[in-house]
Design a protein around this ligand. Structure first.
Ligand code: HEM
Length: 480
């Protein structure tokens, strides 16, 4: 009989999500498993459980509100953003990492996609082939082509706080200056500056629609789906897998490095809006409308289902209204079937029970600099930027891997519509990019016409699947 969920047992990024301006992802190999398992006892006190993360978030909200009230908000006064020191640490292991640790004979999760690792899944995910015409080898950064045994996530208010914490983590995993791990890569993400804070690099507000977890999230917003704990946590109600007892209250973390070609995307929007005569009502321009129809939301976050013709920033920031909609099942007049948010959460197209098993918790962060004037002028990316995508789910055949393969990359999804939908224009991938991807319905005035998407503006450069164990499992099963 499984006991009731305790938030003290679950790592904080999973159910709550860290407060963050920046995040470090420290990918490592385990050099000496025995030493690592002994040193893990030193690391466990640094790991932030969900109850602590909830407390810290509430504290920051309170301090920010106090700060706002202390500032004179008279006409013309700008409230300067303030940073309150906060830092959270989590750890997770890949399937090869769990094998290396050998804390039991055969430490498999019994999730085939996880147990095989992301490299095995790359072709089906539609990642580019680095060997065109020959055996598939994903076109990934060298770091992700190596074995990665684990990742430490450190999120917080600044690079200063997070780098200091990383030094503490490394110190906890070494004895007499001899470390049990070897660094594979450290990646750093940061929230975009100023008014773009919270927006991903194409410019759209992110992090709006997340499911609420039964028995965890007390406040449910209008339109927000409520899901069983087992959609995210292994061994809980709603987990359809067959995981071992030590996996209870852990979650599978999918990490993807997703560079975005921003100037190229913007050029495409301008040229395609012009060539397909996308209507230009007052106050909006064709490229903005086309971009919003590709994402399913305007840059402010306002859903095109509710604001089909022009952005509505008030709606975008109103959490009581910005997620309260369902798509109109057979119509793409207000939102194409293939729009990113419709592909990822086809509310109104499929029964809620089917969708709710496939919802994920997204915890990513942008990386890379802002677009420079030179990049704008030449319409060519010169500096890598994009999204470090992170999602949590109990099962990859329902979560990330399914969403990418069966919905984003599947031209026929959503099924039983009057037209083919085409690819998710934002993340849909095709190993062989020729002929280019297409979608239908990008033009609201001519919803049956296909649009060639020319190039992929998001091309994965690697990643891995990790298991983020419960704190009792870290302490009592893996550590020794
Ligand atoms: C929602 C952008 C990758 C799954 C969104 C939203 C934006 C966005 C702007 C709307 C805001 C929100 O509801 O939070 C991007 C970009 C990506 C990316 C630029 C790549 C660079 C992915 C991937 C997946 C994914 C790889 C999963 C395979 C989702 C889901 C939603 C969402 C589930 C919420 C849909 C809803 O409930 O309405 N994304 N995304 N995204 N995205 Fe992505």
């Amino acid at each position: 009989m499984t006991t009731e969920l305790s938030l003290a047992n679950v790592q904080g990024d999973i159910l709550v999500g860290f407060s963050k301006k920046v995040e470090l992802f420290y990918f490592f190999q385990i050099d000496n498993a025995d030493a690592f398992r002994a040193q893990l006892t030193n690391l466990v006190p640094l790991i932030s459980p969900a109850d602590k993360t909830i407390g810290e978030k509430a504290e920051i909200r309170k301090k920010k509100e106090e700060h706002r009230q202390n500032v004179d908000v008279g006409y013309g006064t700008v409230i300067k953003p303030v940073h309150f020191p906060v830092v959270g640490v989590n750890i997770a292991f890949s399937a090869t990492g769990l094998q290396k640790l050998q804390f039991i004979d055969n430490p498999k999760l019994n999730d085939v996609i996880f147990d095989n690792g992301m490299k095995q899944d790359a072709k089906e995910l539609g990642d580019n082939n680095a060997n065109p015409g020959a055996d598939f080898k994903p076109d990934w950064d060298p770091a992700f082509l190596q074995d990665i045994h684990g990742v430490v996530l450190i999120a917080g208010d600044s690079f200063d706080t997070t780098s200091k914490k990383l030094a503490d983590v490394k110190a906890s995993l070494s004895t007499n200056s001899v470390s049990s791990i070897i660094e594979v890569a450290t990646l750093a993400g940061d929230v975009r500056p100023g008014e773009n804070s919270g927006h991903e690099h194409f410019g759209y507000l992110d992090g709006i629609s997340q499911p609420a977890i039964d028995g965890v999230d007390e406040k449910i917003l209008p339109g927000q789906a409520k899901i069983n704990q087992g959609v995210v946590l292994l061994g809980r109600k709603g987990d359809t897998g067959n995981s071992p007892p030590w996996a209870l209250d852990g979650s599978i973390l999918a990490f993807r490095k997703l560079p975005q070609k921003v100037p190229e995307f913007e050029k495409f929007l301008l040229e395609s809006a012009k060539s397909s005569n996308i209507d230009i009502p007052d106050g909006a321009n064709g490229a903005d409308i086309l971009g919003a129809r590709l994402v399913g939301r305007w840059k402010s976050g306002a859903p095109v289902r509710l604001a089909p013709l022009a952005d509505d920033p008030e709606l975008g920031k109103d959490e009581q209204r910005n997620n309260k909609f369902k798509f109109s099942s057979n119509s793409q007049r207000s939102c194409p079937f293939a729009a990113h948010v419709r592909k990822m959460n086809p509310r109104g197209d499929l029964d809620a029970e089917i969708i709710n098993e496939r919802l994920i918790l997204r915890r990513g962060i942008p990386f890379g600099p802002e677009v420079t004037s030179e990049e704008k002028i030449t319409n060519k990316t010169q500096n890598e930027r994009g999204l470090y995508f992170v999602s949590y789910q109990s099962n990859l055949a329902n979560g990330f891997s399914f969403l990418q393969k069966s919905w984003a990359n599947n031209e026929k999804f959503p099924v039983e519509k009057p037209f083919l939908s085409g690819f998710d224009p934002i993340i849909g991938q095709k190993v062989d990019q020729s002929p280019p991807r297409e979608m239908i319905g990008a033009n609201g005035d001519n919803v049956s016409s296909p649009m060639k998407l020319e190039a992929q503006w998001v091309n994965s450069k690697g990643g891995e699947y990790f298991f983020s164990p419960s704190i009792p499992t870290l302490k009592n099963v893996i550590a020794k």
